[in-house]
Design a protein around this ligand. Sequence first.
Ligand code: HEM
Length: 257
Amino acid sequence: MNILQALFNTSIGKKIVMAVTGLILFGFVVGHLVGNLQIFSPPEKINAYAHFLQNLGPALWVIRGFLLVTVLLHVWMAVALVMENKAARGPKDYANQQTLKASYASRTMRYSGLIVLAFIVYHIMHFTTKNTHGEAFYPTTMLHGEVVADVHTMMVLGFQQPLVAAFYLIAIALLSWHLSHGLASMFQSLGLRTRAWSSCLNKFAVVFSVLYFLGNAAIVGAAFTGAVKIQNEEVKVAMGEICSVNCEVCETVQAKH
Ligand code: HEM
């Protein structure tokens, strides 16, 4: 059996693939959160960061492709392991197992995973392909003499909508829940969960997941409550707020809308 066959055809191999892909996705969500926390800095910061990412050219597509393959492998291995377990237990045994704690945890992993997947599709349409809302939700701004996407304003406008904010909070809560279980089993699959480290690793998984939830919820909450405000003058004028630059700006914008 070569290494690929061993990874994809044995239970332990599948668990290792799940753990490694889970670790990569974990790295992505942490990096993404750190990037998004720049919403608490002046708008130029997050706009420059988003502009940098959008201008990575072919490298961006390589990263996107890599992430997509990682998500697909993670889901594929999860489905294969669930089916394998079902087949191994048989229908009668399976009914008995339903009440066991381990089985409960793995069932919720499946549902939280599926809802997070649905969220990712919505999220990409919301902020990347920009087709969930009208043009006014995706403003542009000037950055070092260049017209760029105003990601700061887009995020604030997005989370000012109660239903959107609620959906994000639910999805982030489920992802955090998913991570708290996933991190613990990842350590196990990679053989890092020794008896001595076990409770330490479990605590790390829970503390990390709570911090992850709070970090994301702070972004949504700050935009929703107005703690982080729109600073794009054109958008402020279009929304009926008083222009803080000069009347020429007001006139130009009002003429446009
Ligand atoms: C409050 C939470 C979140 C905020 C504020 C947020 C914000 C954003 C923004 C602004 C973009 C577009 C960046 C750009 O214009 O280039 C984006 C893209 C993306 N986000 Fe999030 N995000 C959040 C949570 C998540 C979560 C939980 C996931 C995954 C589980 C995720 C996955 C992605 C992906 C895959 C992209 C597309 C990247 C690309 O290919 O361009 N995001 N996010």
